[in-house]
Design a protein around this ligand. Structure first.
Ligand SMILES: C[S@@+](CC[C@H](N)C(=O)[O-])C[C@H]1O[C@@H](n2cnc3c(N)ncnc32)[C@H](O)[C@@H]1O
Length: 258
């Protein structure tokens, strides 16, 4: 670790990531709570958790605060977000992080455990295309132990309600504009701030080489699917039960029970 990294306030970076994500998802903490309620209900209060596409490790953070006996493995491809995660959890022996591309056929071989009680993910799998996500769900089914649980909270619009979708979209845009006028950072702003940070500039440059620079409008080429698609695909992947356990007008959380 460099001297700069040693003095960087990683907790502050974790908090600023959370604020930026909340600009998009004001109910983000509520969805984490529902997610962890389902984990506790299905596998109990000492879960071994895989935090898929973990970013800075927000789900791991909530899980480790709530469950003293939990352990977490976070997987992500982004060197900058993983730098924040590794800094934030430097003194936390229950958390570990793995660099891997979830589109890589061999990514599960990098995990420190063969099986997990719970595989959790939020606001991430829409970065993948449907064919890639179908393959990933098959791999996840191989990593969740029998009786274990998978939870994915993400954008899952319902094409059957176009007027509601349009009204919600307009409402969210107005809310975001008000928050921005009060100083909130969106995705592109946050990344430009991170790029200017001495300790993060290198990992952010690597990140831009992998995913592109949000200042140029770059984002992943993924797709969103309906709740019905997720449920059907989880069942086909080998989950015995699958259904939505939470929803908002634009997003939902699907659960698969092995
Ligand atoms: C919006 S962030 C959400 C992070 C975290 N789950 C949260 O709620 O704060 C989406 C994450 O998906 C990760 N991601 C996207 N595509 C990926 C891939 N192919 N392999 C691994 N991680 C990926 C990104 O690097 C990013 O950390």
């Amino acid at each position: 670790m460099t001297d700069t990294a040693a003095v960087t306030d990683w907790q502050a970076w974790q908090r600023s990531w959370d604020r930026q994500q909340e600009w998009y998802l004001p109910d983000r903490e509520e969805r984490f709570r529902v997610m962890l309620d389902a984990v506790e209900a299905v596998v109990g209060p000492e879960p071994r958790i895989l935090d898929l596409a973990c970013g800075t490790g927000s789900i791991s953070d909530r899980a480790l605060r709530r469950f003293p006996g939990a352990t977490t493995t976070g997987v992500d491809l982004d060197p900058a977000l993983l730098t924040i995660a590794r800094g934030h959890f430097a003194a936390e022996p229950r958390a570990e992080f793995v660099t891997a591309d979830l589109r890589d056929p061999g990514w599960t071989e990098r995990l420190p455990h063969r099986a997990y009680d719970a595989v959790l993910t939020a606001t991430a799998l829409h970065w993948l295309r449907s064919d890639e996500l179908r393959v990933l769900y098959g791999q996840v089914a191989g990593v969740v132990r029998e009786g274990g649980v998978f939870l994915n909270a993400d954008h899952m619009p319902d094409p059957a309600t176009p007027r509601l979708n349009a009204a919600d979209h307009a409402y969210q845009k107005a809310r975001q504009a008000r928050a921005k006028a009060e100083g909130a950072q969106d995705w592109a702003d946050w990344w430009q701030t991170a790029a200017r940070d001495e300790a993060l500039a290198g990992p952010v440059a690597e990140r831009f080489a992998i995913f592109g620079n949000p200042a140029n409008g770059d984002h992943a080429d993924g797709e969103t699917q309906s709740v019905a698609w997720h449920v059907e695909t989880l069942r086909a992947a080998g989950f015995g039960e699958a259904r939505a356990v939470w929803c908002s007008p634009s997003d939902a959380m699907v659960l698969g029970l092995k």
